[in-house]
Ligand binder design. Structure first.
Ligand code: 5GP
Length: 188
């Protein structure tokens, strides 16, 4: 996706440990026009699949997920990183974050992820794939079917795709970063 590629090269910044900071248009301040184009591209990539629900994980996945859900006229559900005391029929998993170096609980209600659902999961980054594997666990617990996973940015040097494809997941990434070493952003 050329628009996204150019934006990453223009405004993305890299940090030690292979971290790409895109705070000015995805992770903190957001560009709704770019986000709409991202939604359009996800719709295009997954055209022809049978999806009835968009799923994501809070917080940064919500913007691209809502754009995709809006374009497809489908509901959007997000997994939560804190357990609400009032949540009914809670499904639970744990996810380890390399960027934050901690493990956190992730929950979703079985009321909003059911065996009738054919799910497209959308998120901001694919790195090592831990978040995505946690989401896959929630989807399996719920009895729903995963149709595919779409990421705005994939860091190809951190092998999340390999992990997911070994589990039979279809992965679509709109920008693929091949390398961030020496603080140079190399996009495929
Ligand atoms: P994974 O579980 O695939 O290792 O990492 C996925 C999550 O970690 C993403 O949802 C994102 O929030 C965060 N993340 C991983 N790498 C980066 C990065 O380079 N930059 C930013 N901004 N977030 C990242």
């Amino acid at each position: 996706m050329e628009l996204l590629r150019q934006r990453i090269l223009q405004d993305g910044r890299c940090f030690e440990g292979g971290i790409l900071k895109v705070d000015s248009f995805i992770n903190h301040q957001m560009d709704p026009v770019l986000m709409k184009s991202i939604g359009v591209e996800f719709v295009r990539r997954f055209a022809g699949t049978k999806v009835n629900k968009i799923m994501t994980i809070e917080a940064s996945g919500i913007a691209p997920a809502i754009m995709t859900g809006y374009l497809l006229n489908l509901p959007v559900v997000f997994a939560k990183k804190k357990k609400p005391s009032t949540m009914e029929h809670m499904l639970h998993t744990q996810i380890h974050s390399f960027t934050k170096d901690r493990t956190y609980d992730v929950v979703i209600s079985n009321d909003f992820l059911t065996p009738d659902d054919h799910v497209l999961f959308v998120d901001d980054f694919l790195a090592y794939g831990n978040a995505a594997v946690g989401v896959l666990d929630l989807i399996e617990q719920s009895g729903a079917t995963l149709v595919g996973m779409g990421f705005i940015i994939e860091k190809a040097f951190q092998e999340g795709r390999k992990l997911l494809e070994e589990k039979g997941v279809r992965v679509e990434s709109l920008a693929i970063i091949d390398d961030l070493s020496n603080c140079t952003i190399t996009i495929r």
